[in-house]
Design a protein around this ligand. Structure first.
Ligand code: FE
Ligand code: FE
Ligand code: ZN
Length: 270
């Protein structure tokens, strides 16, 4: 959901498609500056969310934020975005900040993870405030965070790790090689063993345009990819994931999202 026209508009749009949560970019997905906060708009948004029983929201960092770039100025910029945006999200009632861990661009995973941990320790300086989620990735290029082990290693490096968690994206999991179609329980058991199931703070619901372990990041519409509606419905209704914010990132406009929400709800009977 875009917050370009304010939070209230985004809440209304979410309600109009039958949702009680939404994801938004903390700033333009390609980076850039931040608009000043409109207090009146925020108050109306909060009221509307309470009326419609909203759950936690997901605040996505811009894609350009690479905490483990090989260029010091890019790392510095990313670190400042991280710090600023986590701070800015404190004005919303229950919002979870999430970001792509980053790409090490040839420096190696250990160096990349070290940079990410360093930045997180500067941005997450106490145990209060929004949860900070690492999104699990597909492992394309030099992306960090496509295995549970890498995500766990980052979390373990953060001093105030009580605020740290992960966000699972069905397309990314499947592309990374986790077979959520044939063995969802096994994948979640593995996640529990390596990271801890309680660390999951949100879920992205996308079908996968390519096959298991393709290491590509191409989201398909629900039911039109290699994951399929049955497996997506199993994720959404899984007891271990109940109560989490689920967000679609499929190639759609509002009416397409409305149709997908309806289709998933019908499938699982809620
Ligand atoms: Fe993402
Ligand atoms: Fe995602
Ligand atoms: Zn993706």
């Amino acid at each position: 959901m875009s917050i370009a026209k304010g939070y209230f508009r985004a809440v209304k749009d979410a309600v109009s498609i039958g949702a009680n949560t939404f994801q938004f970019f903390t700033r333009n997905p390609r980076g850039g500056n931040v608009k000043a906060l409109d207090e009146k708009d925020l108050a109306k948004a909060k009221e509307h969310m309470a009326e419609h029983n909203f759950g936690p929201l997901l605040a996505h960092a811009p894609y350009t934020m690479n905490l483990c770039s090989d260029k010091a100025n890019i790392r510095e910029f990313a670190k400042n975005v991280l710090k600023e945006d986590i701070e800015r999200m404190k004005v919303l009632p229950d919002v979870r900040f999430l970001f792509h861990p980053g790409s090490h661009v040839g420096q190696g995973k250990e160096q990349g993870i070290a940079y990410i941990v360093e930045a997180l320790n500067e941005a997450v300086t106490d145990d209060d405030g929004p949860m900070v989620l690492l999104e699990g990735m597909t492992g394309k290029g030099s992306e960090i965070g496509s295995t549970f082990e890498e995500l766990a290693q980052i979390i373990q490096g953060v001093k105030h790790s009580s605020r740290m968690g992960v966000l699972i994206d069905t397309c990314h999991l499947h592309s990374a090689g986790y077979d959520i179609v044939n063995d969802l329980d096994g994948v979640l058991a593995e996640l529990d063993r390596v990271i801890g199931i309680k660390r999951i703070g949100g879920v992205h619901i996308n079908d996968n345009m390519y096959d298991l372990a393709c290491h590509k990041d191409r989201h398909a519409k629900i039911g039109e990819g290699s994951i399929g509606l049955d497996a997506i419905a199993a994720v959404v209704s899984h007891p271990l994931l109940s109560g989490l914010p689920f967000s679609l990132e499929t190639p759609n406009e509002l009416d397409g999202y409305a149709a997908e929400i309806k289709m998933i709800r019908e499938k699982i009977g809620i």
